[in-house]
Write a protein that binds this ligand. Structure first.
Ligand SMILES: O=P(O)(O)OC[C@H]1O[C@H](O)[C@H](O)[C@@H](O)[C@@H]1O
Length: 548
């Protein structure tokens, strides 16, 4: 039985939260600190790699405990069990959601699909990934002219691109000599730009597509195959292509040797597939051992998520905080601000993971929801973002809860830079919390020798009200393991929110419409007839055609 449908707004905890919200909505975070002397300890969780401090939120002990009650009343405990065991919780596609099984190293794991345990299949594929990545890394995999591989190109889009791409970037410090490239957009300029400096003799392509029907991926793979054929013969192509797909026939049809096809399973969603063979580019880029460490990190977070009580459970708490702001404070978005350049692609990865999962307006009974679901996720690394959009976070009219992610140690070990970086990291969350009072601004301006009249004129612009909420996620060091934990933390946050919002997080029907319409327009290009489109689109299509 899939997840039970429970309308969250009918739960007593939701009603309790509504009344607490009315009583507490004007209490500032600083006042919460005054009212709750042990707030720092009580609103922090220390896990193996991270200290998560969620004390800088518009949440009191009372609201937090009502939020935890909401999780309990929503049947979250049972839902977690179903998620990890392999129940078909992706009900509209009749599939299990078992990416957690890809990083479960316990032979006795009960994760199974249709009564069959998945451990053996996962383990076999992991060995195949190991063999493949080792042969690329130790130079025994040769191209058509007998040279070892130097460059790996991942061809995929959406979940078959964003996760591996983000992780390869994030673990740049741990890279082997293999250079990795990602081609995703159907824009021919993307693929041609990506291969223009590559040597076909030493380039290996990974075509990653769960369905093996995705327009972008197939077209890019065809373009790259043609590029190879300008340099070598058809029979040599297999030395330069591997595929990762649930559709082995289609991959064979494309001309990829059966030995070079890695399985994907329908019980792993594309946006959660980086732990599977879809992560081949990761294993090539950082070596298999580091790939395994990444999986182990995720497994550690899975353990924490399954066993910690809700009030000390990192994914549960961050999910509840998100719900509190989305549904009670009407916040529309949340920002992800990593203070490490290595995580520059984290926000765009989380955009798909979160927004494709929880961007749903219909509940599990098929009714329109009457409350807010998935938030807009966005962000950029600090300190760059401080010089870009932080103005709006500090003094704008929007409420934007933000996650600040930083690490105690830098990877290259430059202490001066790291102190500068982390000073900014801590300063920003403090400034967002405290703002800047009229008193402080006045003192500052007096010291600068301004007159009283000048001070009065400048005051409104220089005062920051503060009270802007942040979660601080302070890690030891960015490593394959800590990255695995961090990604799994967000995956489980998404799951928890989907359960409480009573929506199906693991389908993505909304993506289909655009694909269908684009195919129809491709047909229109052939007939040159556009009048069945709306007037604006017809005009634009004609203008485009005229330039051909
Ligand atoms: O891996 P593929 O089958 O090529 O799919 C690639 C992507 O296609 C669509 O955009 C889906 O919405 C994504 O979830 C998926 O990751």
């Amino acid at each position: 039985m899939a997840l039970a449908a429970i309308n969250p707004t009918e739960l007593s905890a939701w009603k309790k939260l509504l009344s607490i919200f009315e009583q507490e909505k004007d209490i500032s975070i600083l006042e919460h600190f005054k009212n709750e002397p042990n707030r720092t300890e009580e609103f922090s969780i220390q896990s193996e790699e991270f200290l998560v401090d969620f004390s800088k939120h518009r949440i009191s002990k009372k609201s937090l405990s009502a939020l935890v009650e909401l999780a309990e009343e929503s049947g979250l405990q049972k839902a977690i069990q179903q998620y990890f065991e392999g129940t078909s919780i992706n009900a509209t596609e009749e599939r299990a959601v078992l990416h957690t099984a890809l990083r479960n190293f316990d032979k006795n794991s009960s994760a199974s699909v249709d009564g069959e345990k998945v451990y053996d299949a996962v383990n076999q594929t992991l060995h195949k990934i190991e063999k493949f990545a080792n042969s690329v890394n130790n130079g025994s995999w040769k191209g058509y002219s007998g040279k070892a591989i130097t460059d790996v190109v991942n061809i995929g889009i959406g979940g078959s691109d964003l996760g591996p791409n983000m992780v390869v970037d994030a673990l740049g410090f741990y890279h082997t000599h293999i250079k990795t490239h990602f081609v995703s957009n159907v824009d021919g300029d993307h693929v041609l730009e990506s291969i223009k400096h590559l040597n076909p003799e030493t380039t290996l392509c990974l075509v990653v597509s769960k369905s093996f029907t995705t327009q972008e991926t197939l077209n890019n793979a065809n373009t790259i195959r043609s590029w190879f054929l300008e340099h070598t013969t058809q029979d040599q192509i297999e030395k330069h292509f591997a595929a990762v797909s649930a559709n082995v026939d289609k991959a064979n049809e494309f001309g990829i040797a059966s030995d070079n096809i890695f399985p994907m399973w329908d019980w792993v969603g594309g946006r959660f597939s980086l732990w599977s063979a879809a992560g081949l580019s990761i294993a090539c880029a950082v070596g298999f051992n580091n790939f395994k460490e990444l999986l182990k990190g995720a497994e550690a977070m899975d353990q924490h998520f399954q066993t910690a009580s809700f009030d000390e459970n990192i994914p549960v708490i961050i999910a509840l905080i998100g719900i509190w702001y989305a549904d009670f404070y009407d916040a529309e978005s949340e920002a992800i601000i990593p203070y490490t350049q290595y995580l520059q692609k984290l926000a765009s990865y989380l955009q798909q993971a979160s927004m494709e999962s929880n961007g749903k307006g219909v509940d599990r009974s098929g009714n329109n929801v009457t409350y807010q679901t998935g938030s807009i996720v966005w962000g950029e690394p600090g300190t760059n973002s401080q010089h870009a959009f932080f103005q709006l976070m500090h003094q704008g009219t929007k409420l934007i809860p933000a996650d600040f992610i930083g690490f105690k140690k830098s990877l290259h070990g430059n202490k001066r830079h790291h102190d500068l970086l982390m000073a900014n990291f801590f300063a920003q969350t403090e400034a967002l919390l405290k703002g800047k009072s009229a008193e402080n601004v006045t003192d500052e301006l007096k010291k600068q020798g301004k007159t009283d009249a000048q001070i009065q004129a400048l005051l409104p612009f220089k005062v920051f009200e503060g009270n802007r909420p942040t979660t601080t996620i302070l890690g030891e060091k960015l490593s394959p393991k800590s990255l695995g934990m961090l990604i799994a933390m967000y995956e489980h946050k998404i799951f928890v929110q989907g359960v409480i919002w009573n929506i199906f997080s693991y389908d993505q029907w909304g993506v289909e419409l655009g694909k269908q319409l684009a195919n129809a327009i491709l047909d229109d290009f052939k007939t040159n007839k556009f009048n069945h489109h709306d007037a604006s689109t017809a005009q634009l299509l004609k203008a485009y055609q005229e330039s051909k």
